[in-house]
Write a protein that binds this ligand. Structure first.
Ligand SMILES: Cc1cc2nc3c(=O)[nH]c(=O)nc-3n(C[C@H](O)[C@H](O)[C@H](O)COP(=O)(O)O)c2cc1C
Length: 401
């Protein structure tokens, strides 16, 4: 066990938010030595014009303010997503708002986009300009915004010149109404305007910054196929599958009734099945980042086999420590050798069909491309009467391939 992993064990004795604060402070102070500058070429990937040293990245939420992306790259992550960042600073929900569920290898959080806002985060990224390394920015909307779409457009304009890629997070369960943005009649105008803002940012950014959409695992197949049709029509570069879930698959921890988004091991099967279903439907038309319950080489390999180009993780590191990215990369190399594959891309999708069969088909539109519900109404303002819709719950029992 590395000294970093031993420290992680001790930090788990503290309340989760304090442990996280101390970790960020320590990472800011220490100059970690770079573990893997170039990496093994058999894990390296070139996607949408960017060179990824390996498929293993850090998911959004760990470094919400872009304070330590270089420290995380030095730990062995090939790419780091900071955020979610909202235009104005935001405190988030009352504490306590993060709960560890060690018996389930899970976490429930209801942070609610606590972050320092565009200005402070942009300053952090400006300070590291020219250092290299892939750092993406995950953008969102303020809780009290009366123009959600405008918040995303502001995020695109502000961060396109500073980010390796941008992710529109429309799937956090902790900002009321945010997940409604996944419904086609709202998603369509949102993506129309976001893609326009991306085009408009080309001069300032010097390139077309790739745009990802991060989606919720709590969708039925009808919602998912309608979303995919919209995403493809707007020529979004890729999807991140998935955010935390409001469902509570079979679990043992007492804390499971805490409201909030569940991450970690219980999310692995539903998010992997959904990822495979998306890969089966879109083929090569989207880059897919698989996230949810990656806590070692087996789960990372399974995501790639299910159809992921890249994987991200967060909760796994809380339990397995900072050596996890290096251990995953070593494990992926072992698996490549065991199968006589010469490159990780050969593993992508080898089990898509098996995993996709585990995706629950919850309505009769399953399997058929949904007809676009393109609405002329541009719902820019959130109305008082808008109630967040309750997503259909998924059960882990349905997700075993
Ligand atoms: C404490 C915590 C905070 C998070 N904050 C964000 C966030 O701000 N934006 C976001 O897109 N995802 C956020 N996530 C979700 C993760 O990026 C990821 O999608 C999810 O946790 C599943 O991956 P995991 O099982 O590896 O943690 C957060 C997750 C956790 C545990």
């Amino acid at each position: 066990m590395s000294s970093g992993d031993r420290v992680t064990r001790l930090l788990r004795l503290l309340n989760p938010e304090l442990a996280h604060k101390l970790t960020i402070a320590a990472l800011k102070r220490r100059r970690l030595k770079r573990l893997d500058r170039d990496g093994d070429p058999r894990l390296a990937l070139r996607l949408f014009g960017l060179s990824f040293p390996s498929p293993v990245g850090l998911a959004a939420g760990f470094d919400k303010n872009g304070e330590v992306p270089d420290a995380m790259l030095r730990l062995g992550f090939s790419f780091v997503e900071i955020g979610t960042v909202t235009p104005r600073p935001q405190r988030g929900n009352p504490k306590p708002r993060i709960f560890r569920l060690p018996a389930d290898g899970a976490v429930i959080n209801r942070l609610g986009f606590n972050n320092l806002g565009h200005d402070a985060v942009a300053r952090n990224l400006e300070r590291r300009r020219g250092r290299g390394g892939l750092v993406g920015v995950n953008i969102g909307a303020n809780k009290d915004s009366d123009d959600l779409i405008a918040d995303y457009i502001a995020g695109v304009s502000r961060f396109a010149p500073l980010a390796s890629w941008l992710t529109a997070n429309i799937s956090s369960p902790n900002t009321p109404g945010l997940r409604d943005l996944q419904e086609v009649d709202v998603l369509d105008p949102l993506l129309g305007e976001v893609m326009e803002a991306r085009e408009a940012s080309i001069a300032a950014a010097g390139r077309k910054v790739p745009l990802f959409v991060k989606i919720s695992p709590d969708m039925d197949d009808g919602q998912l196929t309608a979303l995919l049709e919209t995403v493809l029509r707007h020529q979004v570069d890729g999807l991140i599958i998935a955010n935390t879930t409001v469902s509570r698959p079979t679990m043992t921890s007492q804390q499971l009734q805490q409201p909030g988004g569940l991450s970690g091991r219980p999310l692995f099967e539903p998010s992997t099945a959904m990822l495979a279903r998306v890969r089966a439907l879109v083929g090569d038309r989207l880059v897919l980042i698989g996230v949810g319950g990656v806590d070692g080489a087996d789960t990372a390999w399974a995501k790639i086999a299910a159809g992921a180009d890249l994987v991200q993780l967060y909760t796994g590191m809380i339990y397995k420590g900072p050596s996890l990215p290096e251990r995953i990369k070593a494990g992926l190399m072992d698996r490549l050798e065991g199968r006589n594959f010469s490159h990780i891309s050969e593993a992508r999708g080898i089990e898509t069909a098996r995993w996709a069969a585990a995706w629950p088909r919850q309505d009769e539109t399953a399997g058929a491309p949904a007809s676009p519900k393109v609405s002329g109404s541009r719902r820019r303002k959130r109305k008082k009467s808008d109630k967040p819709r309750t997503p259909k719950k998924t059960s882990s029992a349905n997700h075993r391939p």
